[in-house]
Structures are given as C-alpha cells and as structure tokens.
Design a protein around this ligand. Structure first.
Ligand code: UT7
Length: 321
C-alpha cells in the first residue's frame, strides 16, 4: 500500500503587508529586502482572523478539488507552531468547523519542517492501513509572534495555510520521505515562551520569534542539499528526473543554492516567496497548490519538497504527483 496526493488547496488572508509598508515601520528598504530575501510582500491576518480560519478555507478548497466531504476523511493532521489554542488541538477544531465527526485529529509542531513531518506520519498511517484518507495541513499566523520593531525578522514572515488530501493507492505517490532533527542549534531560531514555563515569567510582556539569521542561513543551505540527495537516493532517483522542486520558501538565496546543487534550472522551481514571504510550515503546500492550479504541475510529474526550520528540524519528500 502506498499513498498519493489526491488534491490540494491553499488560502491567504486578504490583508497585504508590502516592503513599502515595512519601510514606514523599521529602518529597511524594498531594495534590501528583495535583494537579500526575494520577498516583495506577504499576507497577514487582520484583527479577529485566526489560523483556524485560514486552515478551514485551505481545507475546503482541497476537499472541493477532490469532490469529497469532511466525513470521507479518516484523519486530520495539522502542522503548526501558531495554534488557536493549546487544546482542543487544531485538527479537532478544524474537524468541528468542517462538520466532521469521530475520526482521529491531531496537530504536530516541527517548525518550518512541520508539513514534511505531517506528510511522513500520514503516509505511514496509510501504508500500514490504519487509515485510507488524510487531510494534511500546514497553517500559520506568524504575524502574531513577529516583532514589528525588529527589522531582521519582521521583513520575512507571512500568514497562510496549505492543504493536501492523501489517499491510499496501489501505485506510489510518495516515493520517499525523510525527516530529521537536532537540538544542537536550538538557540539560533526559537520562540521563547510556552505554557509550562508559566505566564508569570513574561510579566505582561509579549514574546516574539528570535533568530540569528545569518547562522541559520549557513546551516540551512548545507543541510537542505544533503537531505535532498538523501531523499532522491532512498528512491533510487537522480535530480535530473525531477519535474519540480517545491521548496520551503524561507529565502530566495537558499532556494537558488539548492537548485544549483541539484543542477536544476530555476524554471523548474516553484517560487511563491515574492508574494507569500516565509509562512513556515504552510509554505510548501501553499506553493504546491499555486502551481497545481495554474497548470504548471501536472499529474505523473516528479516533485521534490524540502524544508528546514527551528530546532533544527528538517525533511524532504519525493512525490509522484
Ligand atoms: O524558515 C526557517 C529558516 N529560516 C531561514 O532559513 C532564514 C535564514 N536567514 C536569512 O534568510 C537571512 O539571514 C536574513 C534575510 C534573515 C538576513 O540576511 P543576511 O544577508 O544574512 O543579512 P545579515 O543578518 O548578515 O545582515 C547584514 C546587514 C547587517 O548590517 P551590518 O551589521 O552589516 O551593518 C544587518 O544589520 O544587514 C542589516 N540588516 C538589514 N538592513 C536593512 C538586517 N536586516 C535588515 C533589514 N533592512 N531588514
């Protein structure tokens, strides 16, 4: 038994934060942001809008594309670092929104690599015949944990959600998937607070994402090149067989470095970083859906997903679409 991607969907909030807007907020420039990151604008939630709202819309689009109802699912798995609440988990909240009942729902947190982690878990559950069909989502509202007075981070992040429906199949859709983590560099990229440390510690202040970008950059490039090759090797395939690289959209220069390493022309890389910024675990399923809906990604093509994020966590998946 294998699993394959049956359909995709994504959603971004209406509000757009441009580089020009950020020029009014911190000491930066459109030129600096575009040349160092490739980002022109990002979508962010408005007051009252939440990650669950974004996940719901992405899920509805994926269900509609597959012509399925929420009750046709056996699992909802949401990867996120910005859940609406600690519990019920985001999967359960989403199931209730969609009008589903009874099947397993959970969320997992693996920072920007969360979608690959979720894909790996759902794929294993399908392969071991625990379930037949899963809704796998990456959804984030990073704007809620971004410091808009810190120019080194606030230019990067955006909000959005992307969804795929995975289904059991006789022929392989997911050919190989690899996930890794190492806490050695946990202080290079993190969000400092959490429930168990107690709210008193904050003394009424808010915490924000902390990142030593330059150091993250260097580790990310090396690690992603290795994981891409590892995932291809596991399926006995080579980079020249790839139709598309669908990378985590953290920085255009990181993506270019990986494409160069794989000897893949940039025309075969799906880029949404210009319009979406870095949406953490949402970025791969969002980019995938964009390229599926505009007709670039076609059935039967070979896709490589790869992601790297806080922890560090990282992972990659090779998919026959
Ligand atoms: O998604 C999870 C994984 N995350 C990533 O992979 C992010 C990886 N890191 C990055 O994408 C990049 O490191 C950044 C885009 C965050 C920063 O780019 P960089 O080329 O590594 O810049 P830098 O941190 O080395 O800073 C270079 C200079 C510094 O000034 P000095 O010290 O050389 O005078 C910064 O203060 O650029 C300055 N700077 C800025 N200038 C204008 C930093 N942020 C800004 C800014 N506007 N927004």
């Amino acid at each position: 038994m294998y699993s394959r991607i049956l359909s995709t969907g994504h959603f971004v909030p209406e509000r757009i934060l441009t580089n020009r807007d950020l020029e009014q907020m911190v000491n930066t420039s459109d030129e600096w942001i575009q040349s160092r990151t490739g980002i022109r604008e990002r979508h962010i939630v408005s007051d009252g809008e939440t990650n669950l709202d974004l996940c719901e819309q992405a899920a509805r689009r994926a269900l509609e594309a597959a012509d399925l109802t929420p009750q046709d699912l056996d699992l909802i798995l949401v990867a996120t670092t910005t859940p609406n609440q600690v519990f019920p988990n985001m999967g359960v909240l989403l199931q209730e929104r969609l009008g589903g009942h009874g099947y397993a729902c959970f969320s997992l947190e693996a920072a920007c690599a969360g979608f690959i982690y979720a894909l790996s878990v759902a794929n294993s559950m399908i392969q071991t015949r625990q379930i037949q069909r899963a809704l796998v989502i990456g959804g984030e509202t990073l704007s809620r944990i971004t410091d808009y007075t810190d120019r080194s981070t606030c230019i990067l992040f955006g909000d959005g959600a992307g969804a795929v429906i995975l289904e059991g199949a006789e022929e392989a859709g997911i050919l190989s998937v690899r996930i890794h983590a190492d806490g050695m560099h946990k202080d290079l990229l993190y969000f400092p607070s959490g429930i168990s440390q107690g709210f008193d510690r904050l003394r009424g202040k808010r915490d924000f994402i902390q990142m030593r970008g330059n150091e993250v950059f260097r580790v990310a490039v090396n690690t992603l090149c290795q994981i891409a090759q590892e995932t291809l090797d596991a399926a006995g395939m080579s980079p020249d067989e790839l139709s598309w690289l669908v990378p985590h959209q953290a920085n255009l220069r990181i993506i270019e470095a990986i494409a160069r390493k794989l000897a893949l022309p940039m025309e075969r890389v799906v880029l949404t970083i210009g319009e979406h910024g870095n949406t953490s675990t949402a970025s791969i399923p969002m980019a995938l859906d964009v390229a599926v809906r505009d007709g670039r990604i076609q059935r039967g093509q070979l896709l490589l997903f790869e992601a790297f994020g806080g922890g560090f966590t990282w992972g990659s998946a090779l998919v026959r679409f």
